[in-house]
Design a protein around this ligand. Structure first.
Ligand SMILES: NC(=O)c1ccc[n+]([C@@H]2O[C@H](COP(=O)([O-])OP(=O)(O)OC[C@H]3O[C@@H](n4cnc5c(N)ncnc54)[C@H](O)[C@@H]3O)[C@@H](O)[C@H]2O)c1
Length: 335
């Protein structure tokens, strides 16, 4: 049994904690949350052990590994502490909102044998992964374009937007990772545009964008087109498409059921899309925990590592500069 402690018992930490508890080869060693009295209350109600501090988690001989689900600005410090303590770590995305801080963290943990896995959960979605596998197996011939559509069901609360670091670091970061995953090579040119169409006043206040499009170009000439919106009225719109010389592979949206209505004037699905990430990626979050456990138990390298987190943030920084300067930015210009 791998005993995993969860740091940060908020929205996503609670979900990870129950996935750990449900995994046959893992056990929830306990949780720690710095601030929230509500988190304490939930831990008590669920009968989950509460640690008194981060230090107590890292010092405990009853903790084999940690999952970091705290607020983003704490991630880099906690990754460094976990590696120093020799505890394998699964860290939620992003590593940090500052690329310089991520680089400093990379230097600090360089050479350590402790596995560090990044929470890019969409790699564990069966449909998205099947697109990647089809591309790599040559099922669509030579890959030409990847098209990623990722739209949230509704605008996040103001406090979330304020602390998010902007749409490219907060939301598109998942798509930058998916682009690298499907392309199988590192994009080197980034072109991007941003608009304020959903909530112009809120976006202007935080110098953010609610509607963005990005084009990534890899050295081979292969392209990835990403489109994001903070609001899709029909639900969480999550699709990945790979187009090639011999065909196309598509990972479609998910619905709660597959029933379709066939009438005289139209046919189609009556079911709405699954609402948001906790529902849409429920199986993927469970598979992510499985991959973490396997990596530690079998001594495999983490499937999604620190370098993937650094690379995704690098693409976010390039996109931010591309919008600000209205030009294509080469990734070699960043960092
Ligand atoms: N992979 C995904 O799809 C996905 C989705 C949502 C959130 N996230 C990431 O997960 C992280 C948490 O997001 P959330 O929505 O659960 O936030 P949240 O605010 O609901 O929870 C964060 C918790 O961390 C606690 N915390 C803050 N600093 C701490 C510290 N130093 N030590 C211990 N606890 C601390 C807070 O009290 C809070 O309970 C963020 O980094 C976010 O980017 C990832």
């Amino acid at each position: 049994m791998l005993r995993i402690a969860v740091l940060g018992f908020g929205r996503i930490g609670r979900m990870h904690a129950s996935n750990i508890a449900a995994h046959p080869q893992a056990a929830l060693a306990g949780v720690f949350d710095a601030h929230e009295a509500a988190a304490d209350e939930v831990a008590e109600r669920l009968g989950v052990r509460k640690f008194p501090s981060v230090a107590a988690v890292f010092a405990s001989s009853e903790v084999d590994a940690v999952l970091i689900a705290t607020s983003t600005p704490t991630h880099a410090d906690l990754v460094e502490q976990a590696v120093a303590a020799g505890k394998p770590v699964l860290c939620e995305k992003p590593i940090d909102l500052s690329f310089a801080r991520v680089e400093a963290c990379a230097q600090k943990i360089a050479g350590a044998a402790t596995p560090v896995m990044l929470g890019f959960v969409r790699r564990f979605d069966a449909g998205h992964r099947a697109v990647r596998d089809a591309v790599h197996a040559g099922a669509i011939g030579d890959l030409h374009q990847v098209v990623i559509t990722s739209r949230d069901p509704g605008m996040a609360p103001t406090a979330y937007i304020e602390a998010s670091g902007g749409i490219f670091r907060d939301m598109t970061i998942h798509d930058f990772d998916m682009a690298r995953f499907v392309l199988g090579e590192e994009p080197t040119e980034v072109t991007a545009v941003g608009s304020r169409l959903v909530d112009p006043e809120l976006m202007a206040r935080y110098e953010d964008w609610d509607t963005v499009s990005v084009v990534l170009k890899a050295p081979s000439g292969r392209q990835c087109i990403i489109n994001n919106s903070r609001r899709a009225v029909f639900g969480y719109d999550q699709r990945v498409e790979a187009f090639g010389s011999a065909g196309m592979a598509i990972s479609e949206n998910r619905r709660p059921h597959m029933m379709t209505i066939h009438g005289a004037t139209a046919t189609g699905s009556g079911a709405p899309l699954l609402n948001f990430f906790i529902d849409r990626y429920a199986e993927a979050f469970a598979a992510e925990i499985g991959a973490f456990v396997d990596a530690i138990e079998k001594g495999w390298p983490a499937e999604v590592g620190f370098e993937d987190g650094r690379r995704a943030l690098l693409l976010a920084e390039a996109a931010i500069r591309a919008v600000a300067e209205g030009r294509t930015v080469r990734t070699s210009e960043i960092g």
